[in-house]
Design a binder for this molecule. Structure first.
Ligand code: UTP
Length: 292
């Protein structure tokens, strides 16, 4: 069965974006007119996911609030003749089943994903990090197809410059599988969390998309805190790679990191420039500032 259920971890503190994230979760920061997490939901739905499990915490009530029905606003938009917006508002949280689980303390990504175990059960599942934005669903669909073919977990990967490598989980590439699985597929021999530039095994990094086989749950349950005290998902992946093998697909479309001020700003500008409503106006404005 292809992955039909996705875990979206959104219980982190967002410290790289304080003080903005003191009261507004970074997952709700707007990208043009949609909160970042809505892009994640749309991407998942586009790849055939029909149930999303959001990992959140009590200090971020806005995330659940976003998915609650808002009949009063919908009625007002309808009365004002804004039917398209009303229909969009009505679809939020209804075009897919959305469930919430709670991570009491931000003990790391591995721990956050582990909080969804009881809801996901023994199915192959996806994990999408909502601060990594991928406006099209092709990568996740291709990952799901590869998972169906191999029966193994599949990671979303990106190539970065060696200066950027130490901000990510970095891939130790295995044997060349181009002939068998295509040029964008990498077999994984291992994964190293945030290596120093000079120790990085490659320029290929994890970019927040995972299709995982359920045997990962026991690897997550056995995690020990890493050097920074967090339970790292990459340590669980490393165990699964050694036991069962794993592949990754290198993305060839635009992808963005919205988890810090510069990344968010450039994401908003890039996506706004492609937007049919504000794109032209923004492009003219940028040009008038001498930067378009
Ligand atoms: P990040 O490391 O990017 O998020 O985790 P963070 O910890 O909120 O950010 P900084 O480093 O303090 O700025 C990627 C995703 O995993 C979630 C985050 O909410 C984010 O969407 N996460 C992270 C959790 O749900 N729980 C955690 O303990 C850590």
């Amino acid at each position: 069965m292809p992955a039909r259920i996705a875990v979206v971890p959104a219980a982190g503190l967002g410290t790289r974006f304080l003080p903005a994230t003191k009261a507004v979760p970074k997952e709700l920061l707007p990208i043009v007119d949609r909160p970042a997490i809505q892009y994640t939901i749309d991407e998942a739905v586009g790849a055939g996911i029909d149930h999303i499990v959001i990992v959140t915490n009590e200090a971020k009530p806005g995330i659940e609030g976003y998915f609650k029905p808002s009949q009063m606003v919908v009625d007002k938009m309808r009365a004002a003749g804004r039917d398209e917006l009303a229909a969009r508002m009505e679809r939020i949280g209804r075009d897919v089943q959305v469930s919430f689980v709670y991570q009491d303390k931000p003990l790391g990504l591995g721990h956050a994903v582990g909080c969804a175990r009881a809801l996901v059960g023994q199915a192959t599942f996806a994990v999408l990090l909502p601060d990594e934005l991928l406006p099209d669903a092709n990568l996740l669909s291709a990952m799901s197809e590869l998972n169906q073919k191999t029966g193994k977990s599949v990671l979303g990967l990106a190539r970065v410059t060696m200066d950027q490598v130490s901000a990510y989980g970095c891939v130790v590439p295995g044997v060349d599988v181009t002939a068998e699985l295509g040029a964008s597929v990498v077999q994984l021999a291992g994964v190293v969390e945030k290596p120093k530039r000079e120790e990085a095994p490659s320029d290929i990094v994890l970019m927040g998309r995972y299709i995982l086989e359920p045997s990962i749950w026991d690897d997550i349950a056995s995690l020990k805190p890493s050097a920074n005290g967090e339970l790292q998902l990459t340590d669980a992946l490393q165990e699964q790679i050694h036991r069962e093998g794993m592949h990754g697909i290198v993305v060839d479309s635009d992808h963005y990191d919205t988890g810090n001020p510069f990344g968010w700003l450039t994401t908003v500008i890039d996506i706004a420039l492609k937007d049919p409503i504000v794109g032209k106006q923004l492009s003219e404005w940028l040009r008038s500032r001498g930067s378009g």
